[in-house]
Design a protein around this ligand. Structure first.
Ligand code: HEM
Length: 458
């Protein structure tokens, strides 16, 4: 188990034996959890909206866009801004009063959420200028995030694991590209005065945008985090060469993604397929192979580890499917149709489940309070976890099986019921996060009180 800061120990972000950060900074109320509430708020909105979209999608503006971006921008991007920065500042050992340590990131997150709210409103109203302003704002914030990560890489007192922050720098660069491409996509959707040739680019631009966002922003952020966090979640040490392999595969990983994005823009599908499979090969060599060694030594035992690993598994399946399909279709429009049915499954089973797993590990550690107090949070998050994991993944697996079934009312009803099961498991996660956070924070305060009383008594 990684070291966990004791209450009252002052600034105690540490770097554990696997390079992942440990401990809660500051005394008293953990102020960082306040930013965490932005992510929680989007999680609640996403769960509620998923139910509304399931039943009312025909009466909603942009139902698919809404669900995709509530998850990718609302839940996951907020999570990445918050946690990748938390990792980076811990690895760089930034002092608590360093302006970059907290307030800059808070500003970025508030700015990002304001832009996302504007984007949301503009997409629903079909307001072209609003979408372009929001996309440009998000690109600027992503660039700022990347520059902050770069500055962290130069810290002299940093841990040797700080090198994985390079992943976050590259991820931020892909986020800038994603947002810029998105600006062009919305131009093809909403602007009335654009040339035919540009209009005809819509599918290519959208596919390139999605590849850059999912593969670059999400994929590289997850890759960089997984190198150190994965073994920590399994409560074991990483394999000795994990970081050096992770760093070696980063340049070819980025080049492969750029090849895939360029292939999508040019409409050359073999290039897309080669790029995606190249990125998959890098992820296998840099992340999955070191993991299998760790897994051979230690099996997952908690909800966090199971969710994280199964999430990685769904993402791996999704990447392989997309890479192989890209080699068999001739246009981005065809692959967009094919990916439409997989997107919700990979979104829920892959990215969201992995995020929930990571958060289930991080939240108790960050609230802190010493091993016995941390165990209070973990025990709540682990409630009936075998059943929750089985229900969620069983329902998603059945969704995949139903791809082979002929369309009928019974199949549609079953699909709806299975989605409700998946949504319910995420709703339970949110309730557990709230309960664990509240109970652990209370136990932490009680422990601080006890300690100060015993000190006074001496
Ligand atoms: C800068 C903010 C963003 C804006 C303005 C934006 C905008 C858009 C637009 C307009 C579409 C096309 C919708 C349609 O054709 O009906 C789209 C599709 C999509 N976006 Fe984004 N997006 C943004 C960020 C992201 C991010 C960060 C990701 C992933 C991490 C992402 C993933 C996707 C996906 C998967 C699709 C569906 C692609 C398809 O239909 O084939 N987007 N986005």
């Amino acid at each position: 188990m990684p070291e966990i800061s004791s209450p009252g120990a002052g600034l105690s972000i540490g770097v554990g034996p696997t390079g992942a950060p440990t401990g809660a900074p500051g005394r008293g109320r953990p102020s960082r959890m306040r930013i965490d509430r932005l992510g929680t708020m989007w999680m609640i909105i996403a769960v509620l909206m998923a139910v509304v979209t399931l039943f009312l999608h025909r009466h909603m503006p942009q139902p698919l866009w809404t669900m995709i971006h509530l998850v990718t921008l609302g839940v996951l991007s907020n999570g990445i801004f918050q946690w990748s920065w938390f990792f980076a500042r811990s690895l760089a050992r930034l002092a608590a009063d360093d302006r970059r340590a907290h307030s800059d990131n808070l500003r970025r997150m508030l700015g990002f959420n304001a832009c996302f709210a504007l984007l949301f409103m503009s997409m629903w109203l079909g307001w072209f200028i609003g979408t372009v302003v929001a996309a440009t704002g998000i690109a600027a914030i992503a660039a700022w995030h990347g520059a902050a990560m770069l500055s962290v890489l130069r810290e002299r007192l940093a841990s040797r694991f700080v090198i994985v922050v390079r992943y976050y720098v590259c991820a931020a660069a892909f986020f800038v590209l994603t947002a810029l491409l998105a600006g062009f996509v919305t131009t093809t959707m909403f602007s009335s005065s654009i040339p035919e040739a540009f209009l005809a680019m819509r599918d290519r631009l959208t596919f390139a945008h999605a590849l850059s966002g999912v593969g670059g922003w999400l994929g590289l952020s997850i890759g960089g985090t997984a190198i150190t966090l994965g073994p920590t979640i399994l409560r074991t040490r990483m394999s000795p060469d994990a970081v050096s392999w992770g760093i070696k595969v980063l340049p070819p990983w980025c080049v492969s993604l750029l090849i895939a994005v360029s292939g999508a823009l040019l409409g050359v599908m073999p290039l897309v397929g080669a790029g995606i499979l190249g990125a998959a090969a890098c992820a296998i060599m840099g992340i999955l192979i070191p993991y299998t060694r760790v897994l051979a030594a230690k099996k997952p035992q908690e909800y966090s580890a199971w969710s994280f690993l199964i999430g990685l598994g769904w993402i791996a399946l999704g990447i392989l499917f997309l890479g192989i399909m890209a080699l068999f279709v001739s246009t981005p429009s065809q692959i967009r149709v094919l990916t439409m049915m997989w997107l919700p499954i990979i979104g829920a089973g892959g990215f969201t489940q992995l995020f929930v797993g990571a958060l289930s590990y991080l939240m108790p550690v960050v609230i802190g309070g010493g091993p016995s107090v941390v165990r209070i949070g973990i025990a709540i998050l682990d409630w009936q976890f075998a059943l929750r994991v089985s229900l969620r993944n069983g329902a998603l697996f059945l969704q995949v099986v139903l791809f082979c079934a002929a369309a009928s009312t019974a199949v549609t009803t079953l699909r709806y019921a299975l989605w409700l099961v998946v949504i319910m498991t995420f709703a339970i996660d949110i309730v557990m996060f709230a309960r664990a956070g509240k109970n652990q924070a209370r136990a932490r305060l009680e422990r601080i009180k006890e300690m100060s009383e015993s000190r006074q008594a001496q």
